[in-house]
Structure formats: C-alpha cells, structure tokens
Design a protein around this ligand. Structure first.
Ligand SMILES: Cc1cc2nc3c(=O)[nH]c(=O)nc-3n(C[C@H](O)[C@H](O)[C@H](O)COP(=O)(O)OP(=O)(O)OC[C@H]3O[C@@H](n4cnc5c(N)ncnc54)[C@H](O)[C@@H]3O)c2cc1C
Length: 329
C-alpha cells in the first residue's frame, strides 16, 4: 500500500467498536508503517499490579460513597458544587489516603510515586462522577513547593493542606502578565523585618475560599526571573488583602478570582522557605506549573477515556437505517 489514504483505510477497517480493541488495533497498525530501522523499543503501557489494585480501590470508593452522594446532593441542572460538599469529599479522600497520596508519609501522605498518582487522577476522571475530581488535590491543595518551606511553614500550611483541612491558592497571573510571568508588577517593598505588597492578581483558582495564598511579587523588577521575584505565604485574613470580582469561566461555579493587595504587610518569615529565599520565587512558580501540567494531563486522559466509553455505547445502541449507527461506518 503506497499512499496515506489507503493506510488510513486499512487502519480504520481493523478497528472494532469495542474501544479497548480499537486502541490496541490502531496502535499495532500504525507501528507496522514505521520502517524497522527507525523503530524504538515499544513503550510498556502495562499498569503495574500494585497500581491496578489502587485504581480498583479508588473505583470502589467512588461507587460506594460518591455516586450516592452525587445522586442526593447535586442538582444535575447546575454546574455549581457547594464548597461544603467539595470539602467533605476532599477530607474523606484524605482520610482514605487518596487525596495527597504522593506526599511523604511523615507529613500525612502515602509516599506514592508520580506514576501511581497519575493513574489515580486518571481513574477519578474517567469515572464520570462529578464529585470524583475532589478525591485528588488540585491547585487548591498541597504543593510540592511547600516541601522546601521552613519546618514552621510546613506545620502551619503543608500538613493541613495534605489532610484537606485547609486550602490555598497560587497567585502569579496579573492583568498585564500571564504567559509573560516575569513581568509581574505586584511589588514587594522591604520595611524592616516586614514586606509590603501592592498589586492585583487575576484568574486565581480558589481565590475566594483559600485560607492562604502563595503570592508572587517583584522585589526588584529589573532582575525579573533572576532574583527579582519572591514567593510569600499570605493568610487570607491579613489586613490589606481582599478578594475582588469573580471571573466566570467554563468550569464549576464562580470560576477564578481577582486578588487585591493594598499596603499588605507580611513578616519576612512568610517568605516561602524563609528570609534567605528573597528573589527565588520565579523558580518556585515554574515548578508549580510543571506539576500542574502533569495533573491536568492525567485528568484530561481520564475524561477522554470516559468520553470514548460514552461514544462507543451510543454507537452500539443508537439505531439508524435499521441498525446501530456503529455498523454504518
Ligand atoms: C481556568 C483557569 C485557571 C487559572 N488559574 C490560575 C491560578 O490559579 N493562578 C494563576 O496565577 N493563574 C491562573 N490562571 C491564569 C493562567 O496562568 C494564564 O491565563 C496564562 O498564564 C496565560 O496568560 P494570559 O491569559 O494573560 O494570556 P497571554 O499571556 O495574554 O497570552 C494570550 C495568548 O497568546 C499566546 N502567546 C503569548 N506570548 C506568546 C509568545 N511569545 N509566543 C507564542 N504565543 C504567545 C499565549 O500562548 C496565549 O494563547 C488560570 C487561567 C485559567 C483559564
């Protein structure tokens, strides 16, 4: 077979409506078209036994506790999921060891490697249960950045995030600095042993409900990423810190929020990792975003698998021209 259309037809013909079979057959066929001299050893996609068991436990938790809760507590016509319900699911998931399983055991996690955490996130997302998204932490939950915090900061902020008793928000983006995050204008001015924050953040997830914000501010705008940005832990009740307007997006409820800092004073002890970490904030922010990409990708994989399942079922059950539409391909 010489051209791409013929190859695509051959692949399509070999695909079955069972979506497990469809993936495997398509991948095997694609692989055949790669010249043998350019083939790499195929990746092993098998899920290790211990992670498969963990996925099974997550499925059982969702079926046993969350689906009935979804049925009784959620209005299918409304996107919003009340905060109290989200917190209830998070805390129960933390109790069972799912929520922040990849954090160290001495801090309340289970020391699960990232592969396991990715599989847990996928499992939750592919369930199609609206409450399942809260069984594993998102940007409101613990962040690996706090592993580099001082012992006091870990005790006050990281441990209660791991048990889901507190939530946080990550405050980097500003109206004039999104992807160009080095150009943030929120300023941090030193005054004795305190820092004064001034500026506005926007699009901040969990901004309204967070117990504290991890705020990135410019201690020296000229230095930008190289020593000019510092990360501060700012508690939500700190004078000078207010929540602005909601910025409604496509996702649940109120969406993201503006955060406003006006002469907001914080102690130098509130710098992430302690006073010696002035200027180290940009590296921290980039690490946070890298972990976020992994967790969002896992969630997207799970959602895609759920959608393929729905589509396959529909193709088998929907009748047109006297037979299931899947037979009309
Ligand atoms: C649902 C949601 C949740 C969010 N949560 C948070 C949060 O919790 N905390 C937080 O700090 N921020 C958050 N954000 C903000 C997010 O980080 C920013 O939206 C993102 O950094 C992009 O910035 P921007 O929207 O200002 O787009 P811009 O920077 O204005 O970019 C607009 C478009 O131009 C493209 N572009 C820009 N520069 C270039 C270039 N040099 N080359 C090629 N293309 C370019 C971008 O890729 C983008 O497509 C959230 C955003 C959303 C949508």
């Amino acid at each position: 077979m010489s051209n791409l259309a013929e190859r695509s037809t051959a692949i399509a013909n070999s695909c079955h409506m069972d979506h497990g079979g469809l993936k495997l057959a398509a991948v095997q066929n694609l692989y055949r078209w790669i010249p043998s001299t350019r083939r790499l050893a195929p990746l092993d996609f098998a899920v290790p036994q211990e992670y498969a068991e963990l996925q099974g436990q997550m499925r059982a938790f969702i079926d046993r506790e969350l689906r009935p809760l979804e049925e009784t507590e959620l209005d299918p016509e409304k996107d919003d999921i009340p905060l109290a319900l989200r917190d209830r699911v998070r805390r129960r998931a933390a109790e069972l060891g799912f929520y922040a399983a990849d954090f160290p055991e001495d801090l309340g996690g289970s020391g699960l490697p990232q592969q396991g955490m990715v599989l847990l996130r996928e499992e939750a997302a592919k369930s199609g249960c609206r409450l399942a998204g809260f069984t594993v932490y998102g940007p409101e939950g613990p962040t690996g950045l706090l592993l580099g915090a001082t012992d006091e900061q870990k005790k006050s902020y990281l441990t209660p995030l791991i048990t889901a008793e507190k939530s946080m928000c990550f405050a980097l983006t500003e109206p004039d600095a999104g992807s160009d995050a080095q150009n943030i204008r929120t300023s941090a001015t030193k005054d004795g042993s305190e820092w004064i924050l001034n500026g506005t953040k926007h699009f901040i997830t969990n901004g309204k409900d967070a117990d504290f914000a991890l705020v990135f501010a410019a201690n020296d705008r000229a230095k930008k990423a190289q020593g000019g940005i510092t990360a501060f832990i700012v508690e939500s009740k700190t004078p000078g810190f207010t929540v602005g307007r909601a910025q409604v997006g496509m996702l649940e409820g109120d969406g993201q929020f503006e955060l406003i800092f006006q002469e907001c004073r914080v102690s130098e002890e509130q710098i992430l990792g302690g006073p010696q970490n002035v200027g180290m904030g940009f590296y921290a922010a980039m690490q946070f975003l890298a972990m976020g990409r992994l967790s969002i990708a896992s969630m997207c994989n799970g959602i895609a698998e759920y959608c393929i399942g729905l589509g396959t079922e529909y193709a088998k059950s929907r009748q047109a021209f006297g037979r299931p539409i899947g037979k009309n391909q």
